[in-house]
Design a protein around this ligand. Structure first.
Ligand SMILES: NC(=O)c1ccc[n+]([C@@H]2O[C@H](COP(=O)([O-])OP(=O)(O)OC[C@H]3O[C@@H](n4cnc5c(N)ncnc54)[C@H](O)[C@@H]3O)[C@@H](O)[C@H]2O)c1
Length: 254
């Protein structure tokens, strides 16, 4: 087991890719804190079925006080924090539309959740993680290299996540904390289904486009992200920091 007795916080783990991370970490022996604005009970059950322990902490990552309470709850329950996965994002609720129809409020909301959220979470866990080091994984997206119609705020926010990752890697290296980005390609999560259903502009079907571009000719599922997330959380990646790993079946090369 690659994460035996490690304690991991996964934000946005009530569904989709975050849920897959939580279950994947549990199978490797980690105890998991499920932090989400939505109910995380299903994920807690899934982690327990995988043979480990989990706790759900209702957390809105745009609120520093929620993130502080999340970190405290992790330490109260499991004694430490070894891994933070900043996975929560404003994604499913985005209505794809022309850039000039996006309001400042919509732009700011996406930026707040997707960029201030990881910032708040790292601030919250730092007092605990700095004592013996750890791993931080910020979930970006392959979309930052490709662009996409109808969601410039989301694309910009994920570009910021990668830039923030580089910056945090520089700041936290002296504490033996590795900070990396995992960039999924288009993946069939609950969020992806909702976003395509709600789109307000016509556009190509992202699943078809991605399938054409991928070297590996199959659908990307949340479980396809898990191996990379385990690698970046375990000892095998101890000398890797500030990097971005694209996990998109070879759809894009950068
Ligand atoms: N699915 C894809 O195609 C894809 C591709 C590239 C990157 N990503 C990224 O991967 C991550 C997971 O994506 P997904 O497809 O599973 O998304 P999803 O929309 O299915 O799930 C996102 C989760 O984040 C939670 N969340 C949203 N706002 C929150 C907040 N303010 N505080 C706490 N939790 C909040 C939601 O409740 C939900 O459980 C996201 O960072 C997303 O941007 C997804």
């Amino acid at each position: 087991m690659k994460l035996k007795d490690r304690v991991a916080i996964v934000t946005g783990a009530a569904q989709g890719i975050g849920k897959a991370f939580a279950v994947g970490y549990a199978k490797e022996g980690a105890k998991v804190v499920i932090a989400d604005i939505a109910d995380g009970k299903e994920t807690v059950d899934a982690v327990e079925n995988a043979g480990s322990e989990a706790v759900f902490v209702k957390t809105d990552v745009i609120k520093q006080e929620d993130c502080d309470a999340m970190a405290k709850a992790a330490v109260d329950r499991f004694g430490m924090i070894d891994i933070l996965v900043n996975n929560a994002a404003m994604y499913a609720n985005i209505i794809k539309k022309r850039f000039n129809e996006i309001t400042t409020e919509e732009w700011n909301r996406v930026m707040e959740v997707n960029t201030a959220g990881p910032f708040h979470c790292i601030k919250a866990i730092f007092p605990y993680m700095k004592e013996k080091g750890g791993k931080i994984i910020n979930v970006a997206s392959s979309i930052i290299f490709e662009g996409a119609m109808g969601m410039p705020h989301y694309v910009a926010s994920k570009g910021a996540v990668f830039a923030f990752t580089r910056s945090m890697a520089r700041e936290l290296g002296e504490y033996n904390i590795n900070v990396n980005s995992l960039a999924p390609g288009y993946t069939q999560s609950e969020g992806s289904k909702v976003i395509e259903k709600n789109r307000a502009i016509a556009g190509p079907n992202p699943e078809e486009i991605s399938l054409q571009k991928r070297c590996l000719k199959r659908t990307s599922l949340p479980e396809d992200m898990v191996g990379t997330a385990i690698f970046l959380a375990c000892d095998l990646s101890d000398f890797i920091t500030g990097q971005l790993i694209l996990c998109d079946g070879g759809a894009s090369f950068h």
